[in-house]
Design a protein around this ligand. Structure first.
Ligand SMILES: NC(=O)c1ccc[n+]([C@@H]2O[C@H](COP(=O)([O-])OP(=O)(O)OC[C@H]3O[C@@H](n4cnc5c(N)ncnc54)[C@H](OP(=O)(O)O)[C@@H]3O)[C@@H](O)[C@H]2O)c1
Length: 250
């Protein structure tokens, strides 16, 4: 089972599927000891863990937590510290998407978007950076969205939740830089995951038509940029928000 390690340790939230899973595999390939996380330690998380184990030669630590609940995040980070004694990379990727015309989005759905996407990332950033600061060094990558940068009709609450991560990135980069911790974000365009699987084909095709590179992103497209931001090649990059959108204009 997982144990204290000299290899850099990377926690990826929302890594049971989609972009988070691709990031976990990418970072495992790059030599990190990855720690997986999602709300439930169910079949999806176990499947991702098996894929990581195949690459890493050992099963990864899996930490079930709801990122919207600061108590659960704190307990998970404590468990990570008890197991690995260090944290080098945090990919705050866990998120949910929900769309409705502004006047028709009920308050509980607004609350959920903000508590998972924004407060959830902030809880992970706070508690994760506290553990990173013990060494002191580290790299945090927040997963925002093109919708947080450009906005989109029908996604006002999601845009609010994701644009908050831009401010979080820039402020945290300034505050944590002196402690050797870099903070950056990626802002993906349309990525082929379960999150957008229900998008009507016409809407999907319209988005692809507005993408300069003429296709939807794969989770690996995003993971490649996350891998760059997590690793030593981006040693002097902080406070940046990097679009991974193929030139999409919403
Ligand atoms: N797909 C896109 O087009 C796109 C574009 C731009 C940005 N993004 C962002 O990219 C990130 C990943 O999205 P994705 O497309 O890979 O979505 P996905 O396939 O639905 O995966 C979301 C991941 O987050 C986890 N998760 C959801 N709510 C959680 C919570 N409260 N606490 C902990 N984990 C939670 C999910 O696991 P459980 O449900 O099992 O907890 C899953 O592992 C999100 O932040 C999303 O907003 C996606």
């Amino acid at each position: 089972m997982a144990e204290a390690t000299d290899r850099p340790v990377a926690l990826i939230t929302g890594s049971s599927r989609g972009i988070g899973r691709a990031c976990a595999l990418r970072l495992a390939r790059d030599g990190h000891r990855v720690v997986l996380s999602a709300r439930q330690d169910g079949p999806e998380l176990q499947d991702a863990a098996a894929a990581v184990a195949e690459l890493a030669g050992a099963p990864p630590l899996c930490l079930p937590m709801d990122v919207a609940d600061a108590t659960q995040v704190e307990a998970a980070i404590k468990q990570l510290f008890a197991t690995h004694r260090r944290l080098d990379v945090l990919v705050a990727n866990a998120g949910v998407m929900d769309q409705a015309p502004l006047g028709l989005m009920p308050a509980d759905r607004v609350e959920r978007l903000l508590s998972v996407n924004t407060a959830g990332a902030l809880h992970c950033l706070q508690l994760g950076s506290r553990l990173m600061a013990r060494r002191p060094q580290g790299s945090v990558v927040l997963v925002s969205s093109i919708v947080g940068l450009q906005g989109a009709a029908g996604a006002v609450a999601y845009a609010a939740a994701k644009s908050a991560l831009v401010g979080m990135t820039r402020a945290a980069a300034q505050e944590l830089g002196p402690r050797g911790i870099r903070v950056n974000a990626v802002a993906p365009g349309l990525v082929d995951t379960a999150m957008v699987a229900d998008l009507p084909v016409t809407q999907r095709d319209a988005l692809i038509a507005r993408t300069a590179l003429g296709r939807i992103a794969t989770p690996d497209d995003v993971a490649a940029v996350v891998g760059f931001l997590a690793g030593p090649d981006s040693a002097f990059v902080t406070g940046q928000v990097i679009g991974v959108d193929g030139g999409l204009r919403l």
